[in-house]
Design a protein around this ligand. Sequence first.
Ligand code: ADP
Ligand code: MG
Length: 329
Amino acid sequence: MTEEVILRVKDLRTYFKTDEGTVKAVDGVSFDLHKGETLGIVGESGSGKSVTNLSIINMIPSPPGKIVGGEVLFMDADLLAMPANKIREIRGNKISMIFQDPMTSLNPFLRISTQMTETIILHQGLGKDEAKAKAIEMLKLAGIPAPEKRIDQYPHQFSGGMRQRVMIAMSLSCNPEILIADEPTSALDVTIQAQILDLMKDLTARLGTAVILITHSLGVVAGMCDTLCVMYAGRVVERGATDAVFADPKHPYTQGLIKSVPRLDVASGNRLSSIRGQPPNVIDLPDCCPFYPRCDKAMDICKRKYPAVSRFDDGRSVACWLYSEEKLP
Ligand SMILES: Nc1ncnc2c1ncn2[C@@H]1O[C@H](COP(=O)(O)OP(=O)(O)O)[C@@H](O)[C@H]1O
Ligand SMILES: [Mg+2]
């Protein structure tokens, strides 16, 4: 990880108009991604992780969705203000993606060779044979045995874990600056999950790719990420270096999440704690801290106003009134 910022997300807001009201799926998300950094975005289901990811690459289905505010600066160009043909050049080339279910990204009717070489030819301008050689090399790096043979097979001839390896090979074949992986291992068995995460970590470190890893699992971010953003109800409530956040979580929500992770180093027999209550509905949320109904440390102000963001010496930022020096009315 270097000091160079390659992606700057500034006050991103993405809303969906529904019959029930406006869903503020992402409501003021900001973070920086540095060259070679692996950033985790964690939070419960519905907290806005996938919508953040889709907004970054300007792929929000509209209607019903709309990016109503913010900037996404990729090497100083705003992806949200770019014409469609320019962003298409960046997507899948400079910024590539992996989703939970590789079958949604792989075409079941085409051989792996066709799918991989097409993108390589399109984005890298290689000839057909060179592109195939590159594809085989990537499959080999991704741990696919006998890649020269398997490249001519169809997606259904691969197991779930092997398909995800193919996706990783495919998504890294154009040497992207950024890989966005949205729950890449959530559909896999636990043992396979660990292998796939190890592979992703190893390959992206070798290629110097920055990663945004989206997951509901703190266990996954702990092993993979340099930094993390904890999302709650469409906002980032805590952001910082992974080690610092785990050692001393500041936001009561982060504290609750960490306490609910099973640990091998703590005597068994202790019950795991869980955070009481449910995540809020993000339709027509009032201007308060959305976590206050579930928070043991809630104060009167929490019910009246969304917390100001406090910054700490270790680079952490936390949106919680407990740490705010702002004078309360
Ligand atoms: N196409 C859509 N139409 C309406 N609401 C949506 C749509 N896509 C996502 N949402 C809402 O946006 C919120 C955030 O969703 P999402 O980003 O998918 O959460 P997650 O953190 O689980 O990835 C949820 O409340 C979800 O219901
Ligand atoms: Mg999601």
